[in-house]
Design a protein. Structure first.
Length: 70
């Protein structure tokens, strides 16, 4: 059920971000784990284009500190 909720939240976020880029960490961190995964970042094309550059520890997620450098 949690996976379904996360998926629905990502779909809603993706559809709402069509008109503007999402740039708020807490909005992008859909599952609330304190990091933005690549799947969460996928709703923001600009963020995805620099994701690997921002992911300085190369763990596949952006921490608040890494995200703040965007």
């Amino acid at each position: 059920m949690k996976t379904l909720n996360k998926t629905l939240a990502l779909i809603a976020l993706a559809s709402s971000s069509a008109a503007f880029a999402v740039s708020d960490f807490d909005t992008l961190d859909v599952d609330g784990n304190g990091a933005i995964s690549q799947s969460e970042a996928a709703v923001d094309a600009e963020l995805m284009s620099i994701f690997s550059e921002l992911d300085t520890d190369q763990n596949g997620e952006l921490s608040k500190e890494e995200f703040s450098k965007a």
